[in-house]
Design a protein around this ligand. Structure first.
Ligand code: NAD
Length: 355
């Protein structure tokens, strides 16, 4: 697999693999960059077709976490944990405790939280084996479910894009097509419905679709979502869905959603730009969850502060749109520049002897 070459290519610091056959655990932790602080990122549990696919996901997602925290102004680095397995059948107490012990071996270089396939309850089990978790339930002194604030941030990002696209940040009457209707999408949808937006959603889970219908969302089939005539296409499931094949099918003015790593390749961000489709960089607008989780590190958790910080995603998205227009670059590139500038400035601080 040539792991070291892959790490060097995108500047990853560390990749650790762990196996506990008794517990059924096969897992990877990727740490991308700890310039700004300990690496932080959720635990993704997914039935990856191969070990190579799991590694590729861990590398991509941990790098995105570095950019996300840097752009959000947090003192955290980028990391990600992946567990190879089906969360519906393999997520036993033994597996989660084994995962917690693995996280603990890194001594705080990696802080974990929830992601696709893991819930707050799973995190509580992981916490029995390690202190290095964030986003625990509020009853346990944590900041709670990350997806609530993630949903708010995406909504703020959508509004900033709307202001740019249509001259008003109101989403009233706007048609939003959501791919995936899990935790993040449903929290985003609450804000959109309050604004009287019209939502179309798809999912592969009947439970998720039932929830969508109960909320008054129109359900479409998984393949139909790309062709849905809409104002905003919101990828809220997995990554890589904006690619050479799907871009041709999109019938929207804005792409803004919660999924990590939506662009299959950087070139897809450029192609959206060329076509005049506004892309809200995923790591910029889905940072609400990490902002909320970071608020519990080293100080008592204050939900009002998290909310205010998350609402600032509106201004950050607006700033990226301004840079994109001034420098005539894509929004994807403009957001990368924002994160890279902050990382470079902190890396450049003189390393003086402080006694
Ligand atoms: P989730 O598991 O609650 O929801 C994902 C949903 O997508 C599920 O309902 C699943 O059935 C559905 N899905 C999977 N494949 C699909 C497909 N091919 N077509 C349609 N639907 C499909 O997870 P979540 O927490 O809502 O996260 C969604 C995305 O947002 C992920 O990419 C995650 O990394 C990202 N994200 C989550 C957070 C957070 O706070 N939870 C923060 C930032 C980014």
């Amino acid at each position: 697999m040539n792991v070291l070459n892959k790490m060097v290519k995108h500047g990853h610091e560390q990749v650790t693999m762990y196996s506990d056959p008794e517990a059924g655990l096969r897992a990877i932790i990727a740490i991308h960059d700890t310039t700004l602080g300990p690496s932080c990122g959720g635990t993704r549990m997914w039935p990856y077709a191969s070990e190579a696919d799991a590694l590729a996901d861990a590398l991509r997602l941990s790098q995105a976490m570095t950019y996300k925290s840097a752009a959000a102004g947090l003192n955290l680095g980028g990391g990600k944990g992946v567990i190879i397995g089906d969360p519906r059948t393999d997520k036993t107490e033994g597996l989660l405790r084994a995962w917690g012990r693995f996280v603990d071996t890194l001594g705080g270089r990696y802080l974990t939280t929830t992601d696709v396939g893991t819930t707050g309850r799973a995190l509580e089990t992981v916490h029995q084996e390690t202190q290095h978790v964030v986003g625990l339930d509020v009853t346990l002194g944590g900041s709670g479910d990350t997806s609530i604030m993630t949903g708010l941030g995406i909504y703020m990002g959508m509004r900033a894009c709307a202001a740019d696209a249509w001259g008003s940040d109101s989403l009233r009457g706007r048609r939003i097509a959501m791919q995936g209707f899990g935790k993040v999408a449903s929290h985003t949808a609450k804000h959109l419905l309050e604004d009287d937006a019209q939502i179309f959603a798809t999912d592969i889970s009947d439970v998720a679709l039932d929830k969508a219908r109960q909320m008054g969302v129109t359900v479409v089939s998984p393949d139909e979502i790309y062709d849905t005539d809409c104002d905003i296409f919101a990828p809220c499931a997995l990554g890589g869905v904006i690619n050479a094949e799907t871009i041709d099918r999109l019938r929207c003015r804005v792409v803004a959603g919660g999924a990590n790593n939506q662009l299959a390749t950087p070139e897809d961000g450029e192609e959206l730009h060329r076509r005049g489709i506004i892309y809200a960089p995923d790591f910029l607008i889905n940072a609400g969850g990490i902002i909320n989780a970071a608020a519990e590190i080293g100080q008592p958790y204050n939900p009002d502060r998290s909310r205010q910080q998350t609402e600032r995603i509106y201004e950050q998205m607006a700033a990226v749109l301004t840079t994109s227009s001034k420098k005539e670059i894509s929004t994807a590139r403009a957001a990368d520049l924002l994160a890279e500038k902050r990382l470079a400035s902190v890396r450049g601080v003189r390393n003086v002897w402080r006694g």
